[in-house]
Design a protein. Structure first.
Length: 256
């Protein structure tokens, strides 16, 4: 007969537990360690995320939502990306730059199919960040003049913590412009399966017809095992992006 199995790695427990927590002056990496300790989740490599988040308040959020929120705030402030993984049954937190050696996907070797697209749908050519004192806020506008001349003005506006200093507001604006003033590219490939290639893994692609050549990160993966053949479909991006998550003022503690 036939048997169908659904399997999860131990990170499923990040979705299976909810809690209400308040974190004050904690790094995202501190939050990951604390939650893992409190819920009995074994940890492996947990990299220092650097940025100290002033305050986070969660009311009945999953552990995954808490961690993604902290990582998203860290990325917005510093531009550094970290992703959650699992190695040998242990929760990990690493940056893409420090992942293992990239796997090579090459036409005529293990690459079956590939497609490539470019889009300015989410591109911004300038950003405006408002923060600090409500009566006399610090307002910083950063522009990418090259993209402005080519595509016109497309502005993103963001408000930051009232306690943010002028330098923090300026840093946030510079970081946002750097990540938003880009033409987004996306590649989709199908290749012979490599079990270690999962979301967050780095791969190197060589495919002359689409012009794909260079390093990418896997943003989505599907592996198929059929009739003794292992294949995988991958969505690739030049940068590793966290799943989108809404961060309310309540979570940031700004409504108290």
């Amino acid at each position: 007969g036939n048997m169908s199995l659904t399997c999860y790695d131990p990170n499923i427990y990040l979705n299976k537990s909810n809690d209400s927590r308040k974190f004050v002056n904690k790094k995202a990496s501190d939050i990951v360690r604390q939650l893992a300790k409190d819920f009995g989740i074994p940890t492996g490599t947990i990299e220092d995320t650097g940025y100290v988040i002033p305050r986070l308040i969660f009311r009945n959020h999953s552990l995954r939502e808490m961690i993604l929120t902290a990582l998203t705030i860290t990325r917005k402030q510093t531009g550094r990306r970290f992703f959650i993984g699992n190695k040998d049954g242990k929760l990990t937190l690493t940056s893409p730059a420090k992942t293992a050696d990239r796997f090579i996907l090459r036409a005529g070797d293990n690459l079956i199919d590939a497609s490539y697209s470019l889009s300015i749908e989410d591109t911004k050519t300038q950003v405006k960040v408002i923060g600090g004192d409500k009566d006399k806020p610090t307002i910083v506008v950063e522009r990418n003049n090259t993209l402005r001349q080519r595509y016109g003005v497309m502005q993103h506006v963001e408000e930051v913590d009232e306690k943010a200093t002028a330098s923090q507001v300026k840093q946030r604006a510079a970081t946002l412009l750097k990540e938003m003033a880009v033409i987004h590219d996306q590649a989709n490939v199908e290749a012979l399966g490599i079990p270690e290639v999962i979301t967050g893994t780095g791969v190197y692609v060589v495919e002359p017809m689409t012009g794909l050549a260079g390093g990418y990160y896997v943003s989505s993966d599907t592996h198929r095992f059929e009739n003794g053949l292992h294949t995988m479909s991958l969505e690739l991006s030049r940068t590793y992006d966290l799943p989108p998550i809404e961060i309310s003022k309540e979570v940031l503690g700004e409504d108290e």
